[in-house]
Design a binder for this molecule. Structure first.
Ligand code: TRP
Length: 484
């Protein structure tokens, strides 16, 4: 059976590693995956942009910008994107396409090809685990968004009184039943789409949803541009106040640059595994990165003028989207329509990201157990759903349960994944591609004749990316770097 032949033999029967000879360790002739391929490079660009554009852009980026002083944070974030995470994005796509399998088996295959230890497949394992952990809480937060769509549409924010809006939010968080219901709906939809297949599921969903997302976002920015406070919003985002910069802000910006591009856990790698042979990794990666950055900036341009127009504060923190913005929607004319569109936008962004969070595990399940995609998706979804209950309860029944570092279960999951697992995965990916992979194989995937840009990319990956990540990592585990 074709499906069996394309799998790394030692994974099926550990005793038979000998059957993977020098010839089969060569990935040069491999041009497809058992999961199929994207129809064309645009499908990949849309799917990867769908993965990248998520709660990170529309919820986290604006509130972090607000909390960390506006323009200076944005500037550092942009520098991190260009010099650290964009090169890693390319490296992850490259590894995926070279390996043509789920991150676990892809890493085993490329490591074998490079003559390195199969232990490198731990990157894939860590990725699959991180995917479950992130998806488990991502689905709960996305569930809030799901709850906010009907609220916005039925005028629940009318009047825009701060305390009334805070009460609505608290009421949702206090109810394990409602949180679980919305979480379940979101997870079932994710499983349904991923289970249908690569082209019939993920590709079709992003083909419809991503253009919709862009249209809604542009509409919201156009609205914001009509407000007298638009200039204030632009100023807040783009005029750096360097006195606001310190080591912590820099490191937060770097962490955000990772999260927003979905790096370090194999989501982009598995999408890269489905990238057709003739598509350019450089060009598609640049497009994804540019689209993701544009969406984050546009989200800022849509949100801050609203916040300023209603005399609200940009530094609200995580509540900016669920507390501050609804107050603005409740006060403005047409707020029902604008508010509904906004939460639909957030929902679409979260949904297309969730597809990529579960895909590495689903692809691995199909390869490892030779089962159908639908079954693999259902099992993975069920596991992530169960784990998600920990996040649900961390807002109510278990809100005082803080096992480590004074963090609730939800905060712990977010901290462990965003601050530790993703940077570690990203650094390992950079180090593997830049220091261990054979140059001819890197060049074969990038098909580069670019004499100047290739070494720039390589050295960014060799030095700048791992060192940058090491700094975030040290900061995350609480080492005092003694920086200003
Ligand atoms: N990038 C998404 C966001 O900005 C979240 C996300 C999806 C993600 N897949 C990921 C983050 C993989 C890290 C790793 O919301």
């Amino acid at each position: 059976r074709v499906r069996m032949i394309t799998l790394p033999a030692e994974q099926r029967s550990p005793g038979k590693t000998g059957s993977v000879g020098a010839a089969s360790a060569d990935l040069t002739t491999q041009s497809g995956s058992i999961h199929g391929l994207w129809s064309n490079r645009w499908a990949f660009v849309l799917a990867a942009t769908g993965s990248a554009v998520g709660l990170g852009n529309i919820w986290k980026f604006p509130y972090m910008t607000g909390q960390n002083g506006g323009g200076a944070f944005v500037l550092v974030y942009l520098i991190c994107i260009v010099f650290i995470t964009l090169p890693i994005l390319m490296a992850e796509v490259l590894l995926g396409r070279r390996g043509r399998r789920s991150p676990i088996f892809a890493m085993a295959a490329v490591a074998r090809e490079a003559g390195c230890s199969v232990l490198w497949s731990l990157i894939g394992w860590m990725g699959v685990v991180a995917g479950f952990l992130i998806l488990s809480y991502y689905s709960v937060i996305a569930g809030w968004t799901l709850a906010y769509v009907p609220r916005a549409a039925t005028g629940a924010f009318a009047g825009g009184e701060g305390p009334a809006i805070a009460a609505l939010f608290d009421e949702l968080l206090a109810s394990p039943g409602w949180l679980t219901l919305w979480h379940t709906l979101f997870m079932v939809s994710t499983v349904f789409v991923v289970g249908r297949g690569l082209q019939a599921g993920i590709e079709r969903a992003v083909t419809w949803l991503m253009p919709g997302l862009f249209i809604i976002l542009l509409g919201l920015v156009a609205y914001a541009a009509t407000l007298p406070s638009f200039a204030q919003g632009v100023d807040f985002l783009f005029t750096p106040d360097f006195s606001k910069l310190n080591a912590e802000v820099v490191l937060k910006a770097l962490g955000q640059a990772f999260f927003t591009l979905s790096l370090g856990m194999g989501a982009i790698m598995v999408y890269g595994a489905y990238l057709p042979e003739e598509s350019s990794i450089t060009r598609t990666s640049l497009t994804v990165c540019a689209a993701d950055t544009t969406v984050a900036l546009l989200a800022g341009l849509a949100i801050f003028p609203l916040v300023f127009a209603h005399g609200l504060m940009p530094g609200e923190g995580p509540g900016l989207i669920f507390l501050t913005l609804p107050a603005a929607f409740g006060q403005m004319p047409g707020g029902v329509v604008i508010g509904t569109l906004f939460f639909v936008l957030l929902l679409v962004a979260a949904f297309t990201s969730a597809l990529s969070l579960i895909e590495p595990a689903v692809a691995w399940g199909v390869e490892r157990f030779d089962t159908s995609r639908a079954k693999a998706a259902a099992v993975c979804g069920l596991l992530a759903w169960l784990l998600g209950l920990a996040t649900v309860f961390s807002f109510n029944l278990a809100e005082n349960y803080k096992p480590i570092g004074g963090m609730t279960l939800f905060e712990l999951l977010d901290y462990l994944t965003s601050n530790i697992m993703l940077p570690a995965g990203g650094a390992l990916i950079a180090v593997f591609v830049a220091w261990f992979m054979r140059d001819e194989h890197r060049r074969a995937e990038l098909r580069t004749g670019a004499a100047v840009l290739y070494p720039v990319w390589l050295w960014l990956l060799r030095i700048v990316a791992p060192v940058g990540v090491a700094l975030v990592f040290l900061q995350a585990i609480g080492v005092d770097l003694g920086l200003p």
